[in-house]
Write a protein that binds this ligand. Sequence first.
Ligand code: KG4
Ligand code: ZN
Length: 337
Amino acid sequence: MILSIESSCDDSSIAVTDSKTKALLYHKKISQEAEHACYGGVVPELASRLHAVALPNILEETKPYFDTLKAVAVTNQPGLGVTLLEGIAMAKTLATLLKIPLIPVHHLKGHIYSLFIEKPTRFPMLVLLISGGHTMVLRVESFEKMEILATSMDDSVGESFDKTAKMMGLGYPGGPIIEALAKEGDENRFDLPVPLRNSKLIAFSLSGLKNAVRLEIEKLGGPEAMSEQDRRDLAASFQKAVKLHLLQKSKKIFKAEPIKDFAIVGGASANRYLRSAYETLCSEFGKTMHTAPLEYCSDNAAMIGRYAIDAYEKKQFVDPNTIDIVSTKKQTAGTML
Ligand code: KG4
Ligand code: ZN
């Protein structure tokens, strides 16, 4: 069994995975969304203190598995330094006390492996990763070979949903709130700019769109002066602009990449409006679309455990005294994850 720990942002999660059958035996996640909602985003110091309470409580429930553990895996990058540290401290202690190997896991690779928690591993694949911290398209050829084809030059998709909700005074996380509002809205009411529409760049950019949303809110007299219908229409118009942007750039990648399997992962991949737009695009290009089950789209330790099974086979262990904590690293197109 492998015990895996995830604490890169505002979810405290632990899983136990059977490395032979790849079955997920135990999985628990405590989200901190309610605690961060009044700030409109994650407050790192608060998140760290909440992990310090939640992680030991979850770990307590995994005690029956301790005798069978052959490794402990932990997210060590990328994420918030102070929250990564909570999971890493716990993983180092466990690895040392139980005398088992420690496996460091790249959080974004974990998101990709969320596809294989309930389904067999499938390579090669084109993957769109849209989360709170990242937006990128990758060519994933194997466990070792994951190349970034395009990234966001500024905000990520999830972040743009969060900021749009925050500007309208709607709490955190913004993704599900905006998606729900947009269902009832008129997506053609506000003429928001589709980012990089006339640019040949194969990259993403969401900060200009965020600014356009801010200006519309100002024109309406600020968030308090907006009617419920204004909010619905603005949410829908924003979501449509994000969709058109993602699709325009993805189309260029689809034209250049013959790989038949395509997947969307990360927290924002739970968005049904975006999913259905990609289903249409995939059928146009003869590609098969894959997604992770909804419960494994946002951060969780099950995906970290699933990645760790393959890392264990390849003996990707690290000395508990020298494990790196990498909070941020610039991800650019052309580099490997
Ligand atoms: O993958 P994740 O849990 O954390 C990171 O690795 O960042 O993603 C969280 C992000 C948040 O920005 C959240 O607003 C967004 O995913 N999200 C959504 C939806 N559900 C969550 N964005 C758009 N539509 C959704 N339904
Ligand atoms: Zn994530």
